[in-house]
Design a protein around this ligand. Structure first.
Ligand code: CU
Length: 442
């Protein structure tokens, strides 16, 4: 009910507000003016009003289409990011059929094992475009468009030289058409050109994985940015012929931005804000689809070697990926495999629609926070905790955790959201401000 109210608030109130204003103006203002002033003055006043209206609205063009927002005019090669009003109304009437996902996050541990083959083969993959409702933070809901019901979509893993036969279905409850563009594909649209599907349809693209690397995939149906900004992305790893070196743990992390009409922390179903997307001003910047999505999921033992497949669904920001308290021993920059690698890196760039692979050994127990080191984004949700358990290693790291300092106790593992620390403090990555504002009761 709260969700429907949000829709009414933002879309229908706007329309009805306009109608009410016009009717009220005609019914009340005109006779009032007629009573107080002559016909000539009335016409003059209305002309002034009409002129001012033209002054404000003419530069924004006439009503571009029956869409929300009404006046958004863009110059992309296809449809703009405004939502067709018929889809908004359709959503309003079919929202009961849309699946509510309890946890929109793709588990960062959910990665297929290494391919482990010495020869190429044909790999069949099936994905489903699915529009669902999920929780961004406690009480904050989004209409996510997904691959297989989570953000990001499944981690796909094939071998260099494999032939991939990928079938994409669009769930019958979808309102929008979708497709898939995999950056591992060599061919028109990365597959998008042959996988446009209406709700209920399914199509197949077959491609040869020629180049090893870690690649993003995403929906490229117009408006591409709008589809991506709803959560339609994931990663595909094309392993080199001999595979990647063995590690102990692999994690799957993907950053993304979400643009809502409501401000950060506003409760209820959030309406997509096309203008904020064009302006590159997201309300939420998160890992794996929601605030706190990675927390309580990434755990390892001291001594284990860790590999993180990091992607960025965008659509506007470049991620400055960093793990607080760790140094990346090895980085496959931009997800490139087979080229020059970076050694001993603090922060690595993950471009929009791009990826990186980072690897690090673990020496000291504690909590290690994955962040986008454009640090104000932490307050929008871009952080997640890796917990390392093991014996203290005082040769590598020594000191006393200060029980009175929340950031100190948090990183040592004492501070939990349940304990209710609520004041903001430095570093903001710690438990206080986020739990209070975004995730109370998490
Ligand atoms: Cu799509």
């Amino acid at each position: 009910m709260l969700e429907l109210f949000s829709l009414i608030k933002y879309v229908f109130f706007q329309i009805f507000g306009l109608i009410v204003a016009v009717v009220a103006g005609a019914v009340f203002v005109f006779p009032m003016l007629r009573k107080l002033h002559s016909r000539k003055t009335t016409i003059l006043l209305f002309t002034i009003f009409f002129g001012i209206s033209l002054f404000f609205f003419a530069p924004r063009a006439a009503l571009h289409a029956i869409q929300y927002p009404f006046f958004l005019k863009t110059f992309g090669p296809a449809d703009g990011p405004a939502l067709p009003l018929k889809n908004v109304i359709n959503f309003f009437f079919t929202s009961k059929n849309i699946e509510h996902i309890p946890d929109i996050t793709r588990d960062p541990n959910d990665i297929p094992p290494p391919v482990g083959r010495q020869e190429s083969q044909t790999v069949e993959i099936s994905l489903e475009a699915k529009e669902v409702i999920g929780e961004m933070a406690t009480g904050v809901f989004f209409n996510y468009w997904t691959f297989n019901g989570t953000v990001p979509g499944p981690f796909l893993r094939v071998r260099e030289g494999d032939t991939v036969k990928l079938t994409l279905k669009n769930h019958p409850s979808s309102i929008n058409p979708h497709n898939i563009d995999l950056h591992a594909v060599t061919g028109p649209g990365g597959g998008a050109a042959v996988t446009n599907i209406a709700p209920g349809e399914s199509k197949t693209v077959t491609f040869k994985a020629i180049n090893p690397g870690l690649y993003a995939y995403h929906c490229a149906h117009p408006n591409v940015a709008a589809h991506d900004a709803h959560g339609m992305y994931g990663l595909i790893l094309v392993e080199p012929k001999d595979g990647l070196p063995k590690v102990d743990k692999e994690f799957y992390v993907m950053q993304g931005e979400f643009y809502s009409t409501g401000a950060l922390g506003d409760k209820g179903l959030q309406i997509f804000d096309a203008q904020k997307m064009l302006d590159g001003k997201p309300e939420y910047v998160v890992f794996n689809g929601r605030v706190g999505g990675l927390n309580d999921k990434m755990k390892a033992r001291v001594g284990e070697k860790i590999r993180v497949f990091v992607g960025n669904g965008g659509v506007n920001l470049i991620s400055s990926f960093h793990v607080i308290g760790e140094i990346f021993d090895d980085v496959y920059p931009e997800g490139s495999i087979g080229g020059a690698m970076f050694k001993n890196v603090q922060t690595t760039l993950v471009p929009a629609g791009g990826a990186a692979i980072v690897e690090f050994g673990t020496e000291v127990p504690g909590k290690y926070i994955f962040v986008d080191h454009a640090l104000s984004r932490l307050d929008r949700g871009a952080w997640g905790i890796l917990e390392l358990v093991g014996e203290p290693n005082r040769e590598v790291f020594d000191g006393v955790f200060d029980d009175k300092n929340k950031s100190s106790t948090f990183l040592s593992g004492y501070c939990t959201p349940q304990e209710g620390y609520i004041e903001p403090f430095i570093p903001a990555a710690s438990c206080g401000v986020f739990w209070k504002v975004l995730d109370k009761g998490h």
